[in-house]
Design a protein around this ligand. Sequence first.
Ligand code: PLP
Length: 418
Amino acid sequence: MNLSKFGKKFTRKAGITQLMDDLGAAMASGDMLMLGGGNPAHIPEVQDLFRERMMEILAEPKGFESMIGNYDGSRGNQAFVEALAELLRETFGWNITAKNIALTNGSQNAFFCLFNLFAGDMPDGSKKKILFPLTPEYIGYADAGLSDDFFIARKPSIELLDDGLFKYHVDFDALNIGDDIGAICVSRPTNPTGNVLTDAEIMELDAIAQERGIPFIIDNAYGTPFPDIIYTEAKPVWNSNTVVCMSLSKFGLPNLRTGIVIAREEIASAIADINGVMHLAPGGMGARMAIDMVRTGEIMKISQEIVQPFYKRKAFQTLKWFREELGDLPVRIHKPEGALFLWLWFQDLPITSAELYDRLKERNTLIIPGHHFFPGLENEYWQHKHECIRVTYAQDDAVVHEGVKVIADEIKKIYMNA
Ligand SMILES: Cc1ncc(COP(=O)(O)O)c(C=O)c1O
């Protein structure tokens, strides 16, 4: 096949694609303890609500027919966008209307559009990059640039906490942002660490972005007001220089691919323009399933009363299991502040986390080795990148508990034989 540069770039198997294939093959081949994936849990109470909503749509005159039979506009379902603008205005006082919102086919798609709007080859011949001010960061960003050498990242500072915990912070002293940066991006809560950047960090990043005249993209896939998988105080931020991306995936609708971009009007309408070219319109099932919950504000109540406690309990239960099993081994865990993951740091690990991944896979336990989560820092050697793993706690308790035991047992052997 004679491929274009685009073709070559997007078909070369990225590290994470290979890993996902490997995870998929391992899952298919046997009884695996899946602590690797990013799929949200099937929370029965939430699924019941969506089942009821689907029944209502089916019972509405022309409800089903219009849901499957009509394109939305390129900005997405207008009624949903209006209801959401109102909810965010009333809840957070954000100064927005429907013109500040565009839907996408999952927020993954939003990042592809946003990154390539603000970085890459610029009309004046210069090149710009997306900056991740704190890595580890979401692996899904890694290959989303249309050109190579698209991302740049900074290492964090590490705060050691009591009880074997630690927390990453933005190292502002090392941030130095040059003219080659087109936008700043953070996930909050962060996949893979469960970190929630503090309000002070967000305010400082926001101020720097404003001063530099570059957008500040905040990936709110796990944040407030939905799905609100966040176990700490964190003030939601929006202003005309921030681009807040949300998603219905972790609220329980990952397969309906509904991403939400909230930005100043020209950015929201640029997303709608790209939607038009790439997909005509974003799919509208997610918007139709969630619209009443947004209109009534129930989406926040469900997030706070069902989704968040569901994951919070699992996070702290998994932390407890790890503590019981790991004893006094030199292992630290990132303070769980949100999302679906625990991030373990095996200090001075005698093998790499990639080798640990292989050894755990041999024992039917799947995790993700940490070195994949440093987009923009690929070429920088840092031992820490090879000392961490991401463990998902969204699976059933029995699976997670068994996985924790296997991980701890393997780690004990590794340290003992070092
Ligand atoms: C931090 C983060 N951002 C964005 C996404 C993309 O999610 P979706 O495309 O389903 O909205 C994910 C998915 O796991 C994620 O973890």
